[in-house]
Design a binder for this molecule. Sequence first.
Ligand code: URA
Length: 284
Amino acid sequence: MNASPLTDPVALLRWYADAGVEDCSLEDAQDRYALSARPAVPATPERIQPSPARGMGEAPATPTAPVAPSRRAPVPLESPRLVEDARAAAASANTLAELEAAIRAFEGCTLKRLAKNTVFADGVPGAPVMIIGEAPGEDEDRLGKPFVGVSGQLMDRMFGAIGMSRERDLYITNILPWRPPGNRTPSVGDSAICVAFTRRHIELARPKILVLAGAVAVKNLLDTEQGITRLRGKWFDYTLADGRRIPAMPLYHPAYLLRAPGGKRQAWMDLIAVAKRLEALAAG
Ligand code: URA
């Protein structure tokens, strides 16, 4: 019989690790004395909350236990000072190499302390197409390069199908240069800090076309709350600080396509649109 997570602590830890929970600590210091001094929360039926909508393909969670309110101290969504620091550090960089050095030297994002590597970019600096994803995953964090895991391999195949490669035509980065623990979705605060660097990255790389892979890139660079399903396949203008505009195409994230291969047909059409736009730009 297999060990059960209910009775075997090692099995419980393995179960957490399989679910992507790798950190036993929270990002913010907790005052345990204050927490234990609080009255216990009564387990009344009113405290049972419906589970929020979940991602495609996941079974809905059954609320079996009362859900206590979060005991975490409220976390400010973003720190304006850290965002300002990131903007100043980004603005001080005049080349891609200086920007990389500025990001590596920046200590204002807690994710950096938890990550193994700073993941800056891959591909050809100055390439016509710049792809911007979400954040490094486990493989990217280990190897220090963006999109080198399974979703990156799918992305290489997708762009290969329109004759583009990271050795020749693509420059690749992420909104976040540091892996969020357990691959969680980046917080608004983390993104607000890191996108200051991404914006400067775009200015210095000066691509002809931006491909925004997934909801996090779209939300942060196009300042929209609309979902990727509505936005993909449409062209948007990304405006640089000097007023210059770059055509930007939202694309399904390859990790999503691995879970929902039905979206590949739309992604293929979007890639064809990218190739055609590039051809048109090259023709003048
Ligand atoms: N997903 C991303 O968004 N970026 C990576 O670099 C890897 C996976």
